[in-house]
Write a protein that binds this ligand. Sequence first.
Ligand code: HEM
Length: 462
Amino acid sequence: MSGTRETTPRAPAPETASPVPVASGRWPGLGHAAALARHRLGYLQSLRAEGDAVRVYLGRRPVHLLNSPDLIRRLLAADSSGSLDKGRFFDKMRPVLGDGILTCRSAAHKVQRPLVQPAFHQERIRRYVRIMASEAAATSGGWTAGAVVWVDREMHDLALRIVTRSLFSSDVGVRAAEECFRLFPLVSAGVARRTLSPVTWWERVPTPGNRRFDAAVARLHQVIDEVVSAYRTDGRDHGDLLSMLLAARDEDSGAGLSDAQLRDEALTIMGAGTETTSVSLSWLFYELDRHPEIRERVEAEVDAVHADGEDLGFEHVRQLPYTQQVVSETLRLHAPIWLLMRRAAEPLDLGGGVRLTPGDEVLFSPTALHRDPALHADPLRFDPDRWSPERRNGVDRAAYLPFGAGSRRCIGDVFARTEMTVITAAVVRRWRLTAPPGLTVREVASGSLEPDALPMTARPRD
Ligand code: HEM
């Protein structure tokens, strides 16, 4: 798409130019990079006490870190006016995801998002639920009583299978989905490494790791291009996400997505829809094990809905309100997207002294917001009843951002919530997952906020 502006980080502003205070923990030459590298989320969390906004130096470059829900809301509202780009994390994803809606610049987003949106309408999600339920039944059906299940890995594979099968459900698509399933973990691990790395020159050095990464990206692109071409020739609606993307037409011009755009959107959906959901599910099973009273309520609800023993359908999901509360609470306490950013494309005054000039970058942490005692009572307590019909209106929605907000809010939010509910029900129906006594699970803030490892024993419910 043309007509978009490229902005790059500028030279640092003079110390006196901004009334926004510089965060504590700055080291000469290193800025705040050392503190951030050591504690990542913990450090961001600690900076909440230093004001609604602080300036953080990543090396010599200042970045604004927003702590107040109000400032974050104003920032995200500017997404729709074209005043923002997505920033350097997203620049790092672009060589793989291209100009899909997650990474593309504002002008392109205005055109592309309405084309992708219909693929996520409720009617389509109804179809994807069948895939979610059958894949969840296949995964949990493969467990044996007393066996150790590496929940983090199982959930990753399951989420990837669901998203690839939802994208490509035809015969030719299923073969491609298998290959994507093989290639994607290599690619996504490489992207996560590159996104957080402060240096870019290393990516161009032909190390064996970089060569493997480049080859996997090239093959992934080729596989998707082949499916797109086969779908175009065939011309049928396969009821999957790719068929919807192919059928999409711009209301004014009647134009559809080009082959390259279709590939970028397919990869974007795979990239954005796998780890986020799988990491959240791992935390969900971890919390159910730690709270037997919550687990029993979920079990009772699932048993009542599942009385006929059939796979779960779309109608069943609505009959699981408590399980959905557990999903909402998991996404609060363990929001997988722990850091988001934007870059000003034009001058922007957010208020509170935060005045951005083109190229200025802004960070905020949904997870730190969700754990702030000033915004959520007893924030470290896993309490799904915060989301009960009686209490949910008391939650400040501006302080709950697992899916972001504004025009770039997650397009897969309903897909993800439905998927998490369906998988929880499929597992809970047959199994109790219990962690070994004394297991300490560490939070790792990398591409997402994930458990370092989560081995659990599968015990049959009956
Ligand atoms: C628990 C699971 C998920 C979480 C927590 C999550 C979170 C997010 C967040 C925070 C954003 C906004 C990024 C920003 O503002 O810069 C986003 C965007 C996006 N997500 Fe998700 N996501 C999840 C699942 C999914 C799924 C399942 C899909 C697709 C099947 C998906 C597709 C996307 C896409 C395409 C975007 C870009 C939207 C745009 O810019 O218009 N996500 N997601």
